[in-house]
Design a protein around this ligand. Structure first.
Ligand code: AMP
Length: 355
């Protein structure tokens, strides 16, 4: 795609969760319409989209009709089945590209890619057999974390090893699926960089945010992260390196560990990211608009921050007391319109500006 998408064009979004919803709002602010493809009924993104297709990812007829009805396709999650992509790509551009998806779908492919670029990761080894597991424990050492190579999120698909004796049970707990054993990183903080790359190769990064997790789920992102100028530069430069190497178009989230030995890359999310939600109230151009601009072939916004921000996720019933959530009239409240407040479910977030 070389020409900028005209106002009135339709953007197809795979996945109808909160990220799809906020992408859809940003697209509509720029004069586009959106079409959401989502297997589940009543998706949060469907409330703010012109069209919704409710069908599974193996329904080739539904996928074909969806692709025919849009001008460009993007996604809010990285685990899109390969066969669905094979079909969609023959009909419309899918952005970010296939390589970005394939790289981030598999933790070994991802780490091989990152270390191939000269970036640092936790020590790691592939585990597909019992012999691999023994060898991995020897080379990586313990303590460590065994993670499924695919389909992990919010700390799911992970098992911690205190000693080598825990290895077999940990792998059994994960169903003996292909895994990566990672050495346990003694980090001082976790940060992430939200970056964007346009179709002409221009790169813009937001300032790194500092992330705190609770029960494996992101709890807060604080901007600015407590980093030296050099660490901040490193984080931004390595994000640009990743974007360029993948010939990436769109927004990426890069999660990093800060350690005495420098920054280690934990993982890459080829999409808008929870730790970038602060940009909605801290920047003129937020990550959602930035992503839509990129995939539409429009110039990027500058990513400048006008305020310091603390973003806090609202999980489960934390989003139900509207009186309490609105008690500070200066706080930006974002609710996802999900019907049921299940435990561990992301229901919304708040952005508190720290001027
Ligand atoms: P992930 O699903 O890979 O993002 O991991 C979820 C969380 O587990 C991270 O945000 C870290 O807090 C922690 N974690 C993941 N990998 C490691 C590691 N190799 N060493 C220490 N902590 C880790």
């Amino acid at each position: 795609m070389t020409n900028p998408l005209p106002v009135g064009a339709t953007i197809g979004i795979l996945g109808g969760g909160q990220l799809g919803r906020m992408l859809s709002v940003a697209a509509s602010r720029l004069g586009f319409t959106t079409h959401i493809y989502e297997p589940g009924t009543n998706p949060p993104a469907g409330h703010v989209a012109a069209q919704v297709t409710t069908a599974p990812y193996d329904d080739l007829n539904a996928l074909r009709a969806f692709a025919d009805s849009v001008d460009v396709i993007t996604y809010e999650f990285e685990n899109i089945p390969t066969a669905a992509l094979d079909l969609l790509e023959t009909i419309r551009p899918v952005l970010p590209n296939r390589r970005a998806l394939a790289t981030s779908q598999d933790r070994i492919t991802e780490k091989d890619f990152l270390t191939g670029l000269g970036l640092k990761c936790a020590p790691y080894a592939n585990v597909e057999t019992t012999a691999d597991l023994q060898a991995a424990v020897e080379t990586v050492g313990t303590p460590g974390i065994l993670k499924t190579r695919r389909f992990g999120y919010d700390g799911k698909g992970q098992s911690r090893l205190k000693t080598a004796a825990d290895a077999e049970q940990a792998w059994a707990d994960l169903g003996q699926t292909p895994c990566v054993l990672e050495g346990f990183v003694d980090f001082s903080r976790e940060i992430s960089v939200i970056g964007a790359r346009a179709q002409d190769g221009a790169v813009v990064c937001y300032d790194p945010g500092e992330n705190v997790h609770r029960d494996g789920i992101l709890h807060t992102t604080t901007i600015p992260a407590n980093l030296s100028h050099a660490q901040q530069m490193d984080a931004v430069i390595l994000t640009g390196q990743i974007l360029n190497a993948l010939d990436y178009v769109g927004v990426v989230g890069v999660e990093l560990f800060v350690t005495p030995a420098g920054l280690l890359v934990n993982e890459i999310a080829p999409r808008v990211h929870n730790s970038g939600h602060w940009t909605q109230n801290g920047c003129t151009i937020d990550q959602f608009e930035q992503h839509i601009r990129a995939i539409a072939g429009w110039p990027l916004g500058d990513g400048q921050r006008h305020s310091d921000v603390v973003m806090t996720n609202l999980i489960g019933t934390e989003a139900t007391d509207i009186q309490a959530l609105t008690s500070d009239p200066g706080i930006g409240l974002h609710l996802y319109g999900k019907a049921e407040a299940k435990s561990g479910r992301k229901m919304g977030h708040i952005n508190k500006l720290v001027r």
